[in-house]
Design a protein around this ligand. Sequence first.
Ligand code: NAP
Ligand code: GCO
Length: 265
Amino acid sequence: MSAIDFSLKGKTAWITGASYGIGFAIAQAYAEAGAVVVFNDIGQVQVDRGLAAYREANIPVHGYVCDVTDEKAVNETAARIEREVGVIDILVNNAGIIKRIPMTEMSAGDFRAVIDVDLNAPFIVSRAVIPSMIKKGGGKIINMCSMMSELGRETVSAYAAAKGGLKMLTRNIASEYGGFNIQCNGIGPGYIETPQTAPLRERQEDGSRHPFDQFIIAKTPAARWGTTEDLKGPAVFLASRASDFINGHILYVDGGILAYIGKQP
Ligand code: NAP
Ligand code: GCO
């Protein structure tokens, strides 16, 4: 049996919004797997901060300023990456925001802002890279989905709508471009320790755990939050030849949350 090909050697990977957090960890894993790594962030300050962090971690990367919701900027950045680095073989639509507001108190502008980053942007960026992937003979697109691609909860209506839509966009890209040897899959992280979830883990004044923190511990069979390290292997797998016959799949990396009714209080 031939060796299973998890290598990303010779591939160019663009991870959006990867100055820190999950995107940074995936960029690190891809560099370690042999890929040439590209990331973007919304402004020069953020990109410079990211470049410093990558240098600190001894990870070679190319950084670009690009707001993923800006169609013109995305198309120009995709073309620039292709000129300066190479055709994008692997795209990870990682950039995302969340606004935790009860729906009846949320403005339509706030709702649209979340949809813009978490759903419209993966469409815009994927559309910018697919033509060159087709010319090159194939590619990998990985969309950062969520527990909220499957579940709702209070205060995250916009985010759940976006991530549910992103699940179906993933399946549709797989359906429409699978014939061009493009595999489009999603990763659905559980609750991961990053800046995005920091408010849900803040210690209370009496030093006790945040109620939501305790809730997630009870909802997770592993009785812990995930870390960005937990996402590295799944991300490399979905970017590698080892997953060439997987398409339209959302790989939940959630410690078992979706399978578990939760620990009895
Ligand atoms: P994070 O810590 O908030 O980082 C998000 C990144 O996206 C930041 O670098 C941010 O840059 C960037 N970004 C936001 N808007 C952007 C825009 N318009 N253009 C370019 N970059 C933009 O988030 P995370 O926890 O690492 O999550 C990364 C992805 O995984 C997101 O899609 C999130 O929804 C998803 N996810 C997270 C979890 C979790 O538990 N953490 C679980 C499931 C899914 P700036 O800081 O400069 O704005
Ligand atoms: C929340 C959290 C979640 C996580 C993640 C879970 O407020 O419920 O932010 O949405 O970010 O998406 O998979």
